[in-house]
Design a protein around this ligand. Structure first.
Ligand code: ASP
Length: 319
């Protein structure tokens, strides 16, 4: 077996005494085996450090990556000042707030909800779809009834601020590229298990009934515990047409770094971009805890953190 310098340091570092290997002394660092990363979290956009800190605190307590991510995303879902997720999200063309979300865990289990109305925490409903039903995706009325049966309460999610924006939009009905954003979060816990989840109110003022990439496993989210995970944000139609998050994970399986894999998925969307270019962005984490992100247009950033700190990173972009 041929070792690269990087692999060598990792393998060599497992020994407690110095060892001459391939002519290089190892440094006795307490290295981890390849494939077993330190706990880490990565999420889309600049939602501030709180979702990540909340997730990492739970992971530090020994909770699973799924528990951690759900808690982190719920903070954003409940925030009325975030106009693209959960409570306070901008409505569709008919003034209805319709939500999409999905989760995927380290065993390959997945759950999702789409076109869900009047429930503040779609991420938690998506998790229950995964845990309590033999299905992956519930939509609309059925998803709502499922949520109510499982103890969620019906709430009006349209805030005055969001209603005002919708009323303004009604006057001109202009499609804007910046009326969106999804919180997508991926994490590795102390057991080395990966999970991911996404939640969004989707494209603002979308056609009533429109569902984006977020609840489509493989488009808005994908996790393979042996390889890594990916999530998308931007024009969901592009992530659906390219099976974008699945593509990112498959490229990492082939050996590409998270950033390279995200770039490949962004490049793939070129074929589906019409006259005007639309934003499409991916974040990814691999089993070693390496993270990356990439976007079609300038302006995407993601937050990455560990036990010690959260950092906002600007993503590289294609155009
Ligand atoms: N991907 C989401 C959607 O198309 C929106 C976004 O993340 O910007 O519904």
């Amino acid at each position: 077996m041929k070792y690269s310098r990087r692999q060598f340091v990792k393998v060599g570092g497992l020994a407690t005494t110095s060892l001459l290997f391939n002519g290089v002394w190892n440094l006795n660092y307490p290295q981890k085996l390849k494939g077993v990363s330190e706990p880490k979290v990565i999420y889309t956009w600049d939602y501030g450090p709180v979702p990540g800190k909340t997730a990492m605190a739970l992971i530090n307590e020994g909770k699973s990556s799924l528990d951690a991510i759900e808690a982190g995303i719920k903070i954003i879902e409940a925030d009325p000042n975030v106009l693209s997720v959960g409570y306070g999200g901008l409505p569709d063309a008919e003034g209805k707030v319709t939500l999409d979300a999905s989760v995927m865990d380290w065993n390959g289990n997945a759950g999702a909800v789409a076109f869900l109305q009047n429930i503040k925490h779609p991420v938690s409903v998506a998790r229950l779809v995964m845990e309590k039903t033999p299905h992956v995706l519930l939509v609309g009325e059925g998803a709502f009834e499922f949520a109510i049966e499982n103890g969620f309460k019906a709430e009006n999610l349209l805030t005055n601020k969001a209603k005002e924006r919708w009323e303004k939009w009604l006057k001109f009905k202009k499609f804007k590229d910046r009326n969106h954003d999804t919180i997508g979060m991926l994490a590795i816990d102390k057991q080395g298990n990966l999970s991911g989840a996404v939640s969004t109110s989707g494209w603002a003022f979308k056609v009533h009934g429109r569902v984006g990439d977020s609840p489509i496993i493989g488009a808005g989210l994908y996790v393979d515990n042996k390889v890594g995970g990916a999530a998308s944000t931007g024009l969901g139609e592009l992530a659906i047409k390219t099976a974008g998050s699945f593509l990112v994970v498959e490229k990492m399986r082939e050996g590409y770094s998270p950033t390279e894999a995200c770039k490949i998925a962004v490049e793939r969307s070129k074929k589906y971009q019409k006259k005007a270019h639309h934003q499409i962005c991916y974040i990814a984490i691999n089993k070693d805890g390496e993270v990356g992100g990439y976007s079609f247009l300038d302006g995407f950033a993601y937050t990455v953190g560990n036990r010690r700190r959260m950092r906002l990173k600007k993503a590289p972009y294609l155009l």
